[in-house]
Design a protein. Structure first.
Lengths: 112, 111
């Protein structure tokens, strides 16, 4: 299994541009989530999904959209990038009744 | 707001010494987990302790949980240079699907 994969690894955007961060998992996990990690802030939950067709907001959802049309994929969309969205973004998943989350390698995003 | 706060923020020790990291949280929890993050990588799950447990062991890891004080500690015994990483606690509450992370402790183990 590839586990949780994220693309791209690095991205530079200009303010106002839009883009989609991709996340996929091949473990048939129902639960998927997006976090952002900033220095000194730990990880903060952006959005999460408990299954296909179901999404909900985390701690810091503003400026981000998600959708979950399949079990495998959970893309994160930045509609109009702002410098405050410069961060490292992690996708994670977990399955069944397990609590352990599996993380992807991250996407480092810079907004200028 | 962060559910978990960890201290110290940074810890430097020699190989063979023990490392202790502490985590405090704000509300009642279902369970508490510890994760490790090597520089530039994703997080890896280490250990989970349920709210009705007080202590748990896994190899060189020992986790304690004090729900009355809303705190947990992670002890790494006989540390190795390969233990150099950031360590995060994460909590979830009953009837929610949100896992909330602390701010992390950066551990440096010198050979």
């Amino acid at each position: 299994n590839a586990g949780v994969t994220q693309t791209p690894k690095f991205q530079v955007l200009k303010t106002g541009q839009s883009m989609t961060l991709q996340c996929a998992q091949d473990m048939n996990h129902e639960y998927m989530s997006w976090y952002r990690q900033d220095p000194g802030m730990g990880l903060r939950l952006i959005h999460y999904s408990v299954g296909a067709g179901i999404t909900d907001q985390g701690e810091v959802p503003n400026g981000y959209n998600v959708s979950r049309s399949t079990t495998e994929d959970f893309p994160l969309r930045l509609l109009s990038a702002a410098p405050s969205q410069t961060s490292v973004y992690f996708c994670a998943s977990k399955g069944g009744i397990a609590y352990e989350q599996y993380f992807g390698p991250g996407t480092r995003l810079t907004v200028t | 707001s962060q559910q978990g706060e960890e201290d110290p923020q940074a810890l430097s020790i020699q190989e063979g010494e023990n490392a202790t990291m502490n985590c405090s949280y704000k509300t009642s929890i279902n369970n508490l987990q510890w994760y490790r993050q090597n520089s530039g990588r994703g997080l890896v799950h280490l250990i989970l302790i349920r709210s009705n447990e007080r202590e748990k062991h896994s190899g060189r890891l020992r986790v304690t949980l004090d729900t009355s004080k809303k705190s947990s500690s992670l002890l790494i015994t006989a540390s190795r240079a390969a233990d150099t990483a950031s360590y995060f606690c994460a909590t979830d509450r009953w009837n929610t699907d949100k896992l909330i992370f602390g701010t992390g402790t950066r551990l440096q183990v010198f050979p």
